[in-house]
Write a protein that binds this ligand. Structure first.
Ligand SMILES: *[C@@H]1O[C@H](CO)[C@@H](O)[C@H](O)[C@H]1NC(C)=O
Ligand SMILES: *[C@@H]1O[C@H](CO)[C@@H](O)[C@H](O)[C@H]1NC(C)=O
Length: 190
């Protein structure tokens, strides 16, 4: 029985991840995702990730691209307080796929991107045999056009996430960074 479940879980895992095609242009230069971003929406097949302040709910501020990784500078809400965190997403042998060890092992896929406007990243993690997906929409501006939101909804739908499991992060109290101590710049610049 458990073997059967395991087999089903693995098939599902392969199935969901196989849906990731990466950016339309296979020669897209991932270095272009560097710089300042805003979290405008997120979605998940696991409701608690979007309703609660779990480690999966974060607000992006900046991405640095190094030869071996993407450094995601984010803020998370921990017990109501904003905490800056850096997540290192190591590059893998596969293009536009990264691994991160942040509260467990996760795989991150860069999916759709228009480097001047938006980027969609999809994160997969497995807990107790259940595969959980979180999709993030980052924008270069604090809000996005209806076209981009529509595209994001469509992306979520194609990946099995119901529209009720999408949250607009521009409306639900963006996690503002706490004031840096006087005289100290932000750790990742303006
Ligand atoms: C990412 O790379 C660093 C340095 O090579 C390594 O220490 C770390 O374990 C890696 N993390 C993951 C999740 O593979
Ligand atoms: C992931 O992080 C945990 C706890 O920090 C550590 O024990 C584990 O070795 C790390 N795994 C990898 C692949 O880096």
């Amino acid at each position: 029985m458990s073997l059967l479940l395991l087999a089903m879980g693995l098939t599902l895992l392969g199935g969901l991840q196989a849906l990731h095609k990466g950016p339309g242009d296979p020669n897209f230069d991932e270095k272009l995702v560097k710089g300042k971003w805003f979290s405008v929406a997120m979605a998940s097949n696991e409701p608690k990730f979007i309703t609660k302040d779990t480690d999966m709910k974060f607000f992006i501020h900046n991405i640095q691209v190094t030869p071996k990784s993407l450094q995601l500078h984010v803020h998370r809400k921990v017990k109501g307080v904003c905490v800056p965190t850096t997540m290192t997403a190591n590059k893998t042998g596969k293009k536009f796929q990264y691994t991160v060890n942040h509260s467990g092992h996760k795989k991150i896929f860069l999916e759709k991107v228009d480097p001047q406007h938006f980027a969609i990243f999809c994160t997969h993690s497995v807990k107790h045999g259940k595969e959980m997906m979180v999709v993030n929409l980052f924008s270069r501006t604090p809000t996005v056009s209806p076209d981009v939101l529509w595209m994001f909804r469509k992306y979520c739908k194609t990946h099995g996430i119901h529209s009720t499991n999408i949250v607009d992060l521009t409306q639900t109290g963006r996690s503002l960074p706490p004031r840096p101590p006087v005289g100290r710049p932000w750790p990742w610049g303006p």
